[in-house]
Design a protein around this ligand. Sequence first.
Ligand code: HEM
Ligand SMILES: *[C@@H]1O[C@H](CO)[C@@H](O)[C@H](O)[C@H]1NC(C)=O
Length: 571
Amino acid sequence: MISNAFSTYGLVAIPFVSVIIIMVVRALYPKPYPDIPHNKHSANRVAGDIPDLVPLITSTNEFSNSMFTITTQKLGTPIAQFLFPGIRKPLIILEDPREIEDLLLRRNKEFDKAPMALSIFQPMFPKASLAQFTTPELKAQKRLWADVMAAEFLNKATAPRIRKATLGLVELWRLRVSVSNDKPFAVHEDLQNTTLDGIWVSILGDEAGIIDYSIKKLRSEIDGSIPFDATPPRGGFLREEVRYISDTIARLSNTPSPKWAGKIETYTPRYRRFRSTVIREISLLMAAAIKRFQDLDVETLNSGDTDRCMLDLVLRRLVLQSRKINNAPLVDPTKDQNMLDELFIMLVGGHDSTANTLCWFVRFMEAYPAAQSELRTVLRAAFPGPEPPSAEAIIETNVPYLDAVVEEGFRLAGAAKGNLRQALVETSILGYHIPKGAEIFMNYHINRSPAPVDEAKRSDSSQAAAAKHGDGLRGRAGYDLDKFEPRRYLVKDPDTGKETFNSYAIPSLAFGGGYRGCTGRKLATLELRIFVTLLILNFEFTDLPEEMRSMAATEKIFRQPDMPFARVKVL
Ligand code: HEM
Ligand SMILES: *[C@@H]1O[C@H](CO)[C@@H](O)[C@H](O)[C@H]1NC(C)=O
């Protein structure tokens, strides 16, 4: 009887269990969005596109490009989707530069930052703009910082500091060349050290002294006056901290759940040491600035003549605000998490991105000697010397080919390969339905011709923009996008016959765009302009041995060249 009851129960249970199993397995299968192109074989397996992705990332070290390779590139379409196991919705992949630009610049009501992009920074820097949706709090924070990136402020307060840091690098490389016997040397760390010196002093007004220290150290090695006993620069340990954060963010973004990995990181002693060290240093600088401002009258405060760095400007605003509300007590900025988080992210994001772009620039100069010599010719004509040009001269002298080299450098470097947005409403892209909440991963690196698109499928605003400016990618400017060719941005003025720089020749995506585009774009452009000018006037980048000529990259937070070497001749 008992066995009978069991078997009857079993007979009923088997189909019931099977149904549950089938339901569970179904739930695990990817759930493609209807119509949007995807790999059919991936839709028929639980792991979706992941088995195709992993070996590619392992062999190329490039995460984002691997995503594009197995979706849009493989399918030959401007838009596709990447399939995850069914517990996670697919990721829409968009590779068409015009439609990306349109989405970023003109469709801010429909798209905001995506949770996947924010979650990398949220645990460690929850109040940085990179970690926030577009909320009123974020808007207030952006207003507070906006003026530090205004051209007038950058040119006055920041450019001379960047120039000084670059001249430090010139001096260091002269020394390196003097001992290198015409052999190539590694440039990445020098460029990181220089850009960190540059951004540190621009933001905080305090000399980090990193390159100076490297110069002294190398000089003493050359003189043979070893042991070298100069105290390491204050910037040295800050460099350690900033590197720790860069490396950690890169590592977290490659884990299955950056958010959890990041939360765990915030409990480690290393993270705590980072926070306490950097807060201590920054607090000292903030306290000194505030003390200076508190003694000033409102008129002087308003004028801003005393600002030496970005932090000065922001703190002065806060002091003014508190004066205006009847001397309301100033919120202690050293306890203000929005302020601290934004500062950290600017220090980290603002030097590594530029250093990587400069590494690529050095590679391009070697690989494209004709462009290098054309650039040097126009720079020598614009800045005959013998003294290196002032920051003001570098900014104000009109050198269209220099503008073009800077723009082309950002484009082809592709330091920030891509980024994400999320649909806030039901909408469409290139004629495909996009459900509310869908996340879109966009390629910001324009280095190949886009797949063909039916113009009628584009958004109205995208069509209107092309009617006004034309579709540059289909014209001369869009040729050979895998090559470094600054001339794509130059046009002849029909009246004067003179060449001018056309920044709209093709879409520009290196900094993303729109309200949530890169805050530091103007600063980065200024930095590159100063670096490029001073490096090309002082050095010639000559050809590297075959094995160092690779353009292969590794993507961490930013894409960096695998062979960041230069062989340099002092001019
Ligand atoms: C070569 C240099 C740089 C590149 C290629 C770069 C690229 C980018 C990109 C692609 C984004 C995302 C934008 C989007 O999704 O639309 C971004 C955001 C950001 N960048 Fe940069 N960046 C550079 C330099 C800098 C510098 C120098 C700073 C500051 C000092 C900076 C501060 C920021 C900040 C604060 C954000 C977040 C903006 C927001 O979420 O609203 N960047 N950057
Ligand atoms: C960069 O600066 C740090 C800190 O001073 C130093 O330890 C490191 O050796 C420097 N890198 C190079 C290549 O000089």
